[in-house]
Design a binder for this molecule. Structure first.
Ligand SMILES: [Zn+2]
Length: 142
């Protein structure tokens, strides 16, 4: 795959170094049929390091996942080999089915068909808590 020549697809750019794989995992990009490239430690035009994900298909991206993991990244929608749209994901107020509650006494442990829902309780620190038991979601370490 010539990674610079996507015709119709998505490029997630300016990902914080080290988060590329985590985004790949939480967006379940491994389940896609199309070609996906993760470029780690790419050098940006400003000379700093970043991760980049290129998806060779115009799929729908779960922006909640992106906004949760790395609100500083940029999503480029490529059409006819040109950037047709460019946007930043917003930090989501709630996360449904993205992360799971680690509290063994949480009702989500007993009732497996309950969705795992987390609510943003501190926007500055980006703290998410389980809506059922208030357990804090673990920060992703990079
Ligand atoms: Zn819980």
């Amino acid at each position: 795959m010539v990674i610079d020549s996507i015709r119709d697809g998505i490029v997630i750019d300016h990902i914080k170094t080290g988060l590329g794989l985590e985004i790949y995992r939480l967006l379940k990009l491994g389940k896609l049929d199309c070609q996906v490239a993760i470029i780690q430690h790419a050098t940006s035009q400003k000379g700093s390091k970043k991760d980049v994900i290129k998806i060779d298909s115009p799929i729908e991206i779960d922006l909640d996942v992106l906004g949760y993991l790395d609100p500083g990244c940029t999503v480029n929608v490529i059409r006819d080999s040109k950037v047709a749209e460019k946007y930043h994901p917003a930090i989501p107020e709630t996360l449904t089915g993205v992360i799971s509650c680690k509290n063994p006494r949480c009702i989500t442990s007993a009732e497996s068909d309950l969705p795992h829902v987390f609510r943003l309780t501190d926007k500055d620190a980006q703290v998410y808590r389980c809506i059922y038991c208030e357990t804090m979601a673990k920060k992703i370490k990079i």
